[in-house]
Design a protein around this ligand. Structure first.
Ligand code: BGC
Length: 381
């Protein structure tokens, strides 16, 4: 049930508000629990079609809701904030019954969230937290801090600092290993969690001299990649190589937070003559999303790792939450502590993530039928 905005504040008032609404039936745009699904519409706002994952997410959410008989208005915003705001404005004007939003900038939609609350439309934040607003009802996502921890562990494993059990390797290299760090877009709340998880894990090794960030660029602001653009990461890698590695300085590894960025970074490294594969001297590069092109590179020993987040599961959780609201119920959270959006702690459903490497991609991705071996071989869906 969407929270009546004016009554938000203390738990006591909230409890009263929820009870008071029960049994009263639908308000103006409040979903009517007795309505036929074909009379109800979910507005689904996705950020961009340039990342494979958002195409999968959008399609899976749309398909799942349609199978249940609901109407779906699915919109992509080309990574442009005004476009996304307008799309959501329009969904509200058209009186959708629930909103599922994967934002571009998590803090830029407060006006829309306010309007949705006024219209009684429940809002589910999808993958990325909607911040600075009390008008966010639910959040479905992965354990984003764990994504960063896994990326850092994959890097440490690739560098030989950790063994295959992710314990200190007995035969770890004695020389200091040089690394560079990349982060995602600063307006995406996830970027900060990925970064925190990774830095908390890498920091002890930087402090004891096992690792060195040669460029000295260890702040998220320096490492960030605006709008998660592949070309931006490639250019930054090219600049780092020119500025810090044009002599005989070695580069051993790169923390990259998403597969398209990883591929941009690998392109820059290959163009600069670091080798075609890790065996040929290409530095160890991490990733995220298990995009088909990157899994193919992992199978070929080019990209070292990625993080698998099963978007089928995330879509399912969003559908379960939407269905709960559309039936006049509350979805069930499995985390009510982690995601403070600056105004409220948003009840969340968190999913687990898995590290993907050359020697386990078959088990994780092929056996679960996420991909076929043919897709991995061709690098295409
Ligand atoms: C998502 C990642 C994705 C990135 C870029 C993040 O919010 O959690 O899965 O790689 O955005 O689209």
């Amino acid at each position: 049930m969407p929270r009546p905005k004016a009554l938000l504040g203390t738990g006591v008032i909230l409890a009263f508000a929820l009870t008071a609404c029960e049994g009263e039936g639908a308000g103006s745009a409040d979903p009517d629990p007795d309505a036929d699904p074909s009379d109800l519409t979910a507005g689904v706002a996705m950020p961009t079609q340039t990342y494979e994952r958002w195409l999968n997410d959008g399609a899976a959410v749309e398909e799942g809701l349609e199978e249940l008989g609901y109407n779906v208005d699915l919109q992509y915003a080309d990574d442009d904030i005004p476009t996304q705001s307008q799309q959501i404005d329009q969904m509200i004007t058209q009186e959708v019954d629930v909103l599922i939003i994967a934002s571009i900038d998590g803090s830029a939609l407060t006006g829309q969230l306010d309007a949705a609350a006024d219209a009684g439309i429940p809002v589910i934040a999808y993958d990325r937290l909607l911040t600075n607003s009390e008008d966010v009802d639910f959040y479905v996502t992965f354990d984003n801090y764990e994504v960063g921890v896994n990326q850092a562990n994959a890097l440490l494993y690739g560098l030989g600092v950790l063994d295959e059990n992710f314990e200190e390797a007995q035969d770890a290299p004695e020389e200091t290993l040089n690394i560079e760090l990349f982060a995602g877009s600063l307006d995406d709340n996830n970027s900060h969690l990925f970064w925190e998880g990774a830095i908390d894990t890498l920091e002890p090794y930087i402090e004891d001299g096992t690792l060195e960030v040669t460029s000295g660029q260890t702040d998220i602001e320096q490492a960030a990649t605006q709008r998660w653009e592949q070309e931006t990461a490639q250019e930054r890698m090219e600049n780092l190589l020119t500025t810090h590695y044009s002599g005989d300085e070695e580069l051993h590894g790169v923390l990259a937070p998403a597969d398209p960025l990883s591929r941009g970074i690998i392109q820059a490294l290959q163009n600069d003559g670091w080798g075609d594969t890790i065996e040929d001297g290409l530095p160890v590069v991490t990733g995220q999303d298990a995009e088909i092109a990157s899994v193919s590179l992992i199978a070929d020993g080019v990209q070292h790792s990625t993080i698998f987040k099963d978007t089928r599961q995330l879509a399912d959780e969003a559908i379960v939450a939407a269905e709960a609201y559309l039936s006049g119920e509350e979805p069930e959270a499995n985390d009510t502590e982690t995601y403070d959006n600056g105004e409220i702690v948003v009840p969340s459903y968190l999913l687990d993530v898995e590290m993907v490497l050359e020697d386990n991609y078959e088990e994780i991705l092929i056996d679960s039928e996420y991909y076929t071996q043919e897709q991995v071989d061709s690098g295409q869906l």
